[in-house]
Design a protein around this ligand. Structure first.
Ligand SMILES: *[C@@H]1O[C@H](CO)[C@@H](O)[C@H](O)[C@H]1NC(C)=O
Ligand SMILES: *[C@@H]1O[C@H](CO)[C@@H](O)[C@H](O)[C@H]1NC(C)=O
Ligand SMILES: *[C@@H]1O[C@H](CO)[C@@H](O)[C@H](O)[C@H]1NC(C)=O
Ligand SMILES: *[C@@H]1O[C@H](CO)[C@@H](O)[C@H](O)[C@H]1NC(C)=O
Ligand SMILES: *[C@@H]1O[C@H](CO)[C@@H](O)[C@H](O)[C@H]1NC(C)=O
Length: 554
């Protein structure tokens, strides 16, 4: 058994057990031996980046693109002071971080007021009962197309066994499609009612072809935490001459199968182990778009430390088979029921397959022109932002911001219309959600605040009979699920986290043009045991401006 704690990062010192502050951007304070507090100070700026060889205006965090990794351990309290030095409002959201009882810190416009240009806001986030690999990203406007994203890793606490030997090093690998056009040009195009064009390239850790490199020592094993932070494309990743052993998917230790290449859909994260067991030289890490014509490919380099031979020749090709291959691979991702998890009880003791479903929600996506402009919808509703964050409107009983039930539980077949869609849900209900895709592209759906047990996915139209093929034993609970073309994906979710939660397409133009809504998980009890009160530092805007954050909630 090994404990994987690759502290400290470069800018931190450890001396005789005490943590000494070196740089303002990253330090730790331990309070009463309880869950530590980690303070980060982030300055968000526009700055020049050249990922595809041409100058672009990127979003930097402390001068970096991509932004710095967040290192944390289960239950840590992250105190992240974000200074918005852009010329426009800004918010960061935390993909996969569950924000237990605390949608106040989720960082999407439905829960938080934007940080005005020139101002700062401090997020207080506890990574409660979680481990795993995730990422953060800017959630407003079309900022994600300019950067502002970075890796999040939550390590197991000391003494909690990790089901594989400690790797020699642990690398964040952020992959994503990329455009030469600025985020403002892309946003203007969407605002005019046009679709997002095909991307210009793929980046690995913010870099173009062969510019990103991972150094390994012969014979050693490395962990790669791979996230697809792009705007729309499913990507396939593979390493010339090497195999990847899957060990973790969005916070769950998996059955440790080995793969020669992996599909990572937009918004998804996973970890693999790679052993440097080949003759010492450099090898391609190839990343290419899936299900597209043409196929875009980029390469990074796996560099053996004593290599004298650079990469050469063609990079390894990706899978040629399309949907079937990918679907089979997805079905092979299973929970290791005997491996430890972040919770006090082993995950195997949580029999999601034995709980009775209390509600079935079927969600169908669609793409339509509304007033001759491109819109995307869920169950015929194309989401539009309100003038006030929904969570604040809910707290202060501000009417006219949203209506519960403004989106139906089932596809209606009605014409697409615009609304600020919010679906009501009862705290502690156990729901089945079926994502139905009648379109010809892969969709990717993300739910904030939760993991969703991916019980089934298949081609064709879902019906009650499809339940016979559900995996009720070792399905993977994840925060982002793909839905293949003309196919369905079914998930089970235990709605045990009170709050206002964004359910969204991770295809960023689709989300921007309406393919999202909020689920309001509600408890009539109003107890701080179920939901934390609004933070004292919450920004108030729209029709909530001027209210007091100390309003009686409990
Ligand atoms: C953020 O960076 C900008 C540009 O370097 C600088 O002018 C500004 O003072 C910085 N703000 C903070 C809070 O560090
Ligand atoms: C803004 O940053 C300063 C320190 O730079 C801090 O004292 C203050 O609490 C921050 N304000 C908010 C609202 O987070
Ligand atoms: C599951 O986890 C256990 C406990 O750590 C480990 O011994 C076993 O090899 C894992 N099984 C698979 C198939 O990965
Ligand atoms: C689920 O429903 C069945 C049939 O109504 C019932 O017999 C069973 O006790 C229920 N199980 C749970 C865990 O509530
Ligand atoms: C909002 O309305 C609910 C129920 O009508 C009530 O219990 C609550 O006190 C109200 N809150 C505020 C801040 O007015």
């Amino acid at each position: 058994m090994q404990f994987s704690i690759p502290f400290p990062p470069k800018d931190m010192f450890v001396s005789s057990g005490a943590l000494v502050l070196l740089c303002c951007s990253w330090f730790s304070l331990f309070v009463n031996g309880e869950s530590p507090y980690r303070f980060l100070d982030w300055n968000v700026t526009f700055g020049d980046i050249y990922p595809l060889g041409v100058r672009q205006r990127g979003i930097l965090i402390n001068g970096q693109f991509p932004g710095p990794d967040i290192y944390s351990v289960t239950n840590d309290n992250l105190v992240i002071n974000v200074h918005n030095s852009l010329t426009e409002p800004f918010l960061i959201s935390w993909n996969g971080v569950q924000q237990r009882k605390n949608s106040w810190e989720d960082g999407v416009y439905g829960t938080n007021c934007p940080i005005p240009a020139g101002k700062n806001f401090t997020y207080n986030i506890q990574v409660k009962d979680q481990i795993g690999s995730f990422f953060y990203f800017p959630s407003l406007a079309f900022h994600k197309a300019a950067g502002g994203f970075g890796g999040i890793r939550i390590l197991s606490r000391p003494l909690i066994p990790v089901p594989f030997p400690e790797p020699a090093a642990d690398y964040t690998v952020l992959i994503g499609d990329w455009y030469r056009a600025s985020h403002t040009d892309l946003k203007a195009r969407l605002d005019r009612g046009k679709r997002l064009p095909f991307p210009d390239g793929i980046l690995v850790n913010g870099r173009g072809p062969n510019a990103a490199s991972l150094t390994v020592v012969s014979g050693k094993t490395y962990r790669l935490r791979i996230s697809n932070v792009g705007l729309q494309n499913s990507l396939n990743i593979r390493i010339e001459g090497h195999r990847m052993k899957l060990v973790e998917v969005e916070g769950i230790h998996t059955l440790q199968n080995t793969y020669s290449s992996l599909d990572v859909h937009v918004g998804q994260s996973l970890s693999v182990l790679v052993t440097a067991d080949q003759p010492s030289r450099d090898y391609y890490v190839a990343v290419s778009t899936r299900f597209t014509t043409p196929i875009l490919t980029t390469t990074a380099v796996l560099h053996y430390s004593d290599s004298r031979q650079p990469v050469s020749g063609p990079p390894p090709g990706g899978p040629t088979d399309q949907i079937g291959w990918s679907l089979n691979q997805a079905r092979s991702f299973r929970t290791n029921l005997t491996a430890s998890g972040p919770r006090p009880n082993p995950q195997g003791s949580y029999h999601y397959g034995l709980i009775n479903v209390t509600r079935t929600i079927r969600l169908a996506s669609s793409a339509r022109l509304v007033n001759r402009k491109q819109r995307y919808a869920v169950n015929s509703v194309s989401f539009v932002e309100a003038d006030t964050p929904l969570k604040l409107a809910d707290l202060y009983n501000i009417s006219g911001v949203f209506r519960l039930g403004s989106i139906a539980d089932n596809p209606t077949g009605a014409a697409v219309h615009l609304d600020t869609s919010v679906m009501p849900a009862d705290f502690r209900s156990f729901v089945e959600i079926v994502f139905e895709n009648y379109e010809g592209i892969v969709q990717s759906w993300h739910l904030d605040g939760y993991n969703m047990f991916v019980v089934g996915m298949d081609g064709g139209k879902w019906s009650g009979a499809s339940r016979k093929e559900y995996n009720l034993n070792d399905a993977l609970p994840r925060c982002t699920v793909q839905v293949y073309p003309r196919s369905w994906t079914a998930v089970y979710v235990a709605l045990d986290n009170v709050g206002m939660w964004n359910l969204r397409s991770e295809f960023w133009a689709r989300r921007y043009l309406g393919q999202q809504f909020y689920i309001r998980v509600y408890s009539p009890v109003h107890s701080v045991r179920d939901e934390l009160p609004i933070p004292a530092n919450a920004l108030l805007c729209g029709r909530a401006a001027g209210r007091h954050t100390r309003a009686i909630k409990a």
